[in-house]
Design a protein around this ligand. Structure first.
Ligand code: ACO
Length: 334
């Protein structure tokens, strides 16, 4: 029997810090509104001249993850790359990372599950390793959000929520039952696809990107029914955690740490309350980075790693909810 475990995690965020006060200067918003509703204090955005990208952040994060795992790109058998903000409309960013890492002709798979993308990617990589097809996979979540956001008053409802960042994990084969990725549970509910989306450009529509596109507010810019998303997120994330624990015959009291997707601090706090978890059993960093979509979970893990708070034998639950709707959980005995 084969199992998989994470042997290294890394993250990269641009060094340009954009505070809520910076946003006050370019749109009609306030630090108080943003903090009260979302907990976000600042986020990272690439500066335009830096020519940053989703694949470039993934590359930096991957180098750190591989170094921490004690492997090089030559040791990696495949990439599974989650993003909603790929460098090109097509191909996905996976192949760009594969090229940057000089990985010959090894496969790169792109995953489009938005905020749940990293857990979906982890699950896909876990299945490849369990079947014995691959031994070592780079699992990535990376997002460049700033260029898609309308950072004017017109786009403020979405513009203040997101940030740029990337994270990566090295997933490796091992044979010790009860350690590593214990399970992953994935869900989707496509009837809510229009609740949180960018509708165009898309092949189901007539437009392509054009100059002045932000003036076509309803079509081009990200759209979200925030309150409907909130209600569903606080229902589905605890549900997915409980599903994972039940599947493994474990209780909430067995959990050492919950890592929730960083959509909104209020969502994390509600999930914490519903699961009755003490503060020391949940980790949030949305205050510093905003919502980095598929990157939030590997960034959380990488920060915990740096703080020496990832401990052998401890039980970690990852959960996410996002556009699609999609939601998911992963249970990890480190
Ligand atoms: N600054 C100031 N005022 C704003 C801003 C802003 N950035 N954005 C909206 N407003 C105004 C609105 O125009 C509205 O004004 P009005 O009452 O005069 O019409 C007022 O604030 C209230 O707007 P709502 O959209 O009703 O605000 P709400 O209280 O619902 O908060 C929020 C919005 C924070 C998005 C909330 O719905 C929420 O927490 N949703 C959860 C979803 C989420 O966080 N998604 C993140 C990404 S998705 C994911 O990762 C799952």
């Amino acid at each position: 029997m084969f199992f998989s475990k994470i042997t290294g995690v890394g993250h990269f965020v641009p060094d340009n810090v954009v505070t809520n006060h910076d946003l006050e200067k370019i749109m009609d918003t306030t630090d108080a509104w943003i903090q009260e509703r979302t907990g976000i204090q600042e986020r990272r955005f690439y500066r335009p001249h830096e020519k940053g990208s989703t694949a470039k952040m993934a590359y930096q994060a991957s180098l750190i993850a591989m170094q921490r795992a004690g492997v090089t790109a030559d040791d990696i058998d495949a990439i599974v790359f989650a993003t909603l903000s790929s460098d090109y409309y097509f191909p996905g960013s996976g192949v760009l990372l594969q090229d940057m890492l000089n990985m010959g002709t090894k496969p790169a798979i792109d995953v489009r599950a938005q905020c749940s993308g990293f857990i979906y990617a982890l699950s896909i990589a876990d299945q490849f390793i369990r079947t014995g097809m691959y031994k070592r996979i780079l699992v990535v979540g990376s997002e460049t959000q700033n260029i898609a956001l309308d950072l004017t008053t017109r786009g403020r409802a979405m513009g203040v929520l997101f940030g740029d960042g990337g994270g990566a994990a090295v997933l490796e084969q091992h044979s010790q039952a009860g350690r590593g990725i214990l399970s992953t549970h994935l869900h989707s509910e496509g009837k809510h696809a229009d609740i949180l989306c960018i509708r165009e450009p898309g092949t189901g529509n007539e437009t392509i990107v054009y100059e002045g596109m932000h003036e076509q507010h309803d079509k081009i810019n990200p759209f979200m029914d925030g309150q409907f998303v909130f209600k569903n997120a606080v229902k589905r994330m605890p549900e997915a955690v409980m599903e994972a624990l039940a599947h493994n015959n474990l209780q909430l009291s067995d959990l050492d740490m919950l890592l929730p997707h960083q959509a909104n601090l209020r969502i994390s706090q509600m999930v914490q309350r519903l699961l009755n978890l003490p503060d020391e059993k949940i980790y949030n960093n949305i205050q510093k980075y905003g919502n980095t979509t598929a990157a939030t979970l590997p960034i959380l893990m990488s920060e915990l790693w740096e703080q020496g708070r990832i401990k052998e034998g401890q039980l970690y639950a990852l959960t996410a909810f996002g556009s699609g709707f999609t939601w998911a959980s992963a249970l990890i005995r480190w």
